[in-house]
Design a protein. Sequence first.
Length: 497
Amino acid sequence: MSLATVYSRARVGVEAPLVCVEVHLTHGLPGMSIVGLPETAVREARERVRGAIVNSGFEFPARRVTINLAPADLPKEGGRFDLPIALGVLAAHGQIPQQPLKDTEFLGELALSGALRPVTGVLPAALHAGRAGRRLVVPRETAPEAAVVAEAEVLGPDHLLAVTAHLRGDAALPPWPATRLATDPASGPDLADVRGQPQARRALEVAAAGGHSLLMYGPPGTGKTLLASCLPGILPPMTEDEALEAAAVASVCGRDAAAAWGRRPFRAPHHTASAVALVGGGPDPRPGEISLAHQGVLFLDELPEFDRRVLEVLREPLETGHIVISRAARQARFPARFQLVAAMNPCPCGYLGEPGGRCRCTPVQIQRYRQRISGPLLDRIDLQVEVPRIGHRELQAPPGEGSGSVRARVVAARERQQRRNGRINARLENRDIAACCRLDTTDQALLEQAMERLRLSARSYHRILKVARTIADLDDSDRIRTPHLTEAIQYRREPPA
């Protein structure tokens, strides 16, 4: 009897739990069985592994082969276990040494010829392998993605023979050079392209400085979409950890995680998107738009046109920064720390309040249109600002302030927040608000009056204080003053009827 153990990684959400591939050879009728909750693609590895071993010039053992993927209660999916299974069979049969397998993890799908094919989710596997102190062997096509992780030693062979030669010591695989990607974090439209709209530009700056959610309302063609697309360009550059988190989500979706390295995601799903498309799901849970927008911007244009049940699923991730998808056999947790920006028209036709009586919508139609957005969701949007129609003279005006100078103020404001609380203002807890958002007696009375007149909730009270704190940070002020508070209050006004 012979036994060999090879290390690999499964994919559960954006996590990569360790899987021990145990291969046992014993006497009996020749055959191969795989246990440990394998799904169809994993069970089919029997034929791929057999063909790859034989076509690579090795002998497939004419014995009973039992393969256990431990832990047994963790579902296994995909072709990522082909390479470790093949190596386990060869090691158990004595065709390759077992000692080099102890400090290495393996991922890769095998062709019948023995060539290695790429798999998804190698970046989370590289993160976990590096933390465990083991090197990681992945197919050559995905090695650049895995090599983004600085603490991971990555090897990128293209064939089973290259792996076995390395393990035997015949031809060592060189470590894949660390991938250092530099991208322009400010790529995309520039705020200088926006003509007029000083109030909306100011709200966009406040939203960027504090990480606040933003709703823009106004007639068609006033620049709401352009303003939203400018937001990533005024956000601070991503940190290494933020870039890795965003790239890990892209990796498990099969996207090129290195292509947009260091660039804030900007996701703009169509209003026909389903709840699963927005938050993720499926039999094998996959990330949705809110996770693809992690550490970036989720833009919902024509907000009332989204199905109301679809919008309601945003309420929890807006508060928690993650989404948990539960299925009968598994549970997946995906990050969803996104910044929500939404846009809407004031009425179904879009021309409410326009001169000349252009709007023909009835009050009932307008009410029904706005009721597609629930009160609890609106209550979670920090800034609500009107984007009115502008005149021809404003369109011909010289370009305004560009994204670069606005981003400098945003970065300075966020640095103040990090020094004070260790987090941005949008993520302040109630105890933090009490400590850093204190008001004097006059301003407290002003806020209480606004709460009563605008019929605001306790959540709105705290969000006004957070926004006021952000405005004070932009003004380089140690405390919230009356102009900061009044500006924050005006952002809680609902669209006019």
